[in-house]
Design a protein around this ligand. Structure first.
Ligand SMILES: [Zn+2]
Length: 386
């Protein structure tokens, strides 16, 4: 899966649930801790199932360890192939000078976060790159197994007697096939959109691709209901929602084209001092419509106090505690001339409520997703009046 977003050079705020595995070609590889839980859970299920089917070696501890090792190796191998898939997206994107800010591995798959999305032809090749990697890995493994005579007949696969490599080869073909399903958020959905966009333009191409994806999701959901398969129903729901999200994203991209941070930023706002009390901050919150406050000391911004941080600070420390104790030191810094689209994507990618706009060293504005939305509502009314 390749996902276009954009982040600040510092990257998203580190979360304790996300671990960094390393980096490939300067792209950080991160993994969500739930992936480890999934690995443990699958290993447990596999073992139980194997025990029930009498596949597991009995009594012999060494044979047991080898058996368990093989199972774990297989699952780790699958995620390695998912990682190669994402690296495939990232490297082709780099060929088009599109930066990848990170590759994240989740239990349900991987995501390569790209900075922007490029033209339709570029999106086509970037999207095809991931599944192609899996097809190549699958073919290579198949060739190795053929050459060494280790390819077990298909009927033995069904009984779970295939080797780790053979299972991995098959898993790669399944990964490629699944990702080429022509619906968002799968790569196939992006391939379809890119092909349609060359003819109908980006917005119309996206909306046709989304409709096709939703029709597919409805079919999948009906199958799930018919078979009583809840996982299928869940995937169908996910695919359906992704389609409308993609259309919404595309619309806002079109609206934001040519707009800059300075066009939409809030210019009149209150700042707090680090020594101000939280009680005073609460008064500000009530007296103005402002939700987030820059915290300034000696003319320098030292952090941001968001509404949730203020509420938390009030309950944990009381109204007399200083603002500096509750404010977050990390904040997103923007420039007035930055494209609005980039700024909003940075807010989303870094999960920040507010961005502070600096002209040189001077704080000149604030940008929130909400005020961007309001800006476009007014903008739409404006253009309606000609
Ligand atoms: Zn992909």
């Amino acid at each position: 899966m390749a996902k276009p977003t954009s982040t600040h050079p510092t990257g998203p705020a580190p979360s304790r649930w996300v671990w960094r595995l390393g980096s490939v070609a300067g792209i950080p590889i991160r993994v969500h801790f739930t992936l480890l839980l999934l690995l443990i859970w699958i290993a447990w299920l596999e073992l139980q199932q194997a025990g029930a089917q009498g596949l597991a070696p009995e009594g012999d501890p060494v044979a047991w360890l080898l058996f368990l090792g093989g199972r774990v190796l297989f699952i780790v191998g699958i995620f390695a192939c998912v990682l190669f898939h994402e690296i495939g997206h990232a490297l082709v994107a780099r060929g088009f000078a599109i930066r990848t800010t990170e590759i994240m591995l989740y239990p349900f798959g991987g995501v390569a976060r790209l900075h922007g999305m490029g033209r339709p032809t570029q999106e086509l090749w970037i999207s095809l790159a991931g599944p192609s990697v899996n097809i190549v890995i699958g073919l290579l493994l198949f060739a190795v197994l053929q050459a060494t005579g280790l390819w077990a007949p298909i009927d033995r696969l069904a009984r779970g007697e295939a080797t780790v490599l053979q299972n991995l080869a098959l898993a790669n073909f399944i990964l490629a096939g699944f990702n080429l399903i022509p619906a968002f958020p799968m790569d196939g959905g992006r391939v379809l959109r890119a092909l349609l966009a060359r003819r109908f333009g980006m917005l119309r191409g996206t909306s046709i691709a989304a409709t096709i994806g939703q029709a597919f999701a409805i079919g999948l959901g009906l199958l799930g209901l018919f078979w009583g398969n809840f996982i299928l129903i869940f995937i169908a729901f996910f695919v359906f929602v992704s389609a409308s999200q993609e259309v919404g994203m595309q619309r806002s991209r079109v609206m934001m084209r040519g707009q800059h941070v300075r066009d939409a930023m809030i210019r009149r706002f209150e700042s707090l001092s680090g020594h101000d009390s939280l009680g005073r901050a609460a008064e500000f919150l009530l007296a103005t419509h402002q939700q987030d406050f820059p915290v300034v000391e000696a003319g320098k911004v030292i952090g941001v106090l968001t509404r949730p941080a203020l509420v938390r600070g009030l309950t944990e420390r009381g109204p007399s505690a200083p603002v500096s104790a509750a404010a977050a030191e990390a904040y997103l810094a923007l420039e007035p001339g930055e494209p609005l689209q980039d700024a909003v994507e940075q807010l989303q990618a870094e999960k920040q409520k507010v961005g502070l706009v600096f002209d040189g060293a001077q704080l000149v504005g604030m940008l929130t997703e909400e005020n961007v939305r309001e800006f476009f509502q007014l903008h739409a009314i404006d253009s309606g009046h000609g």
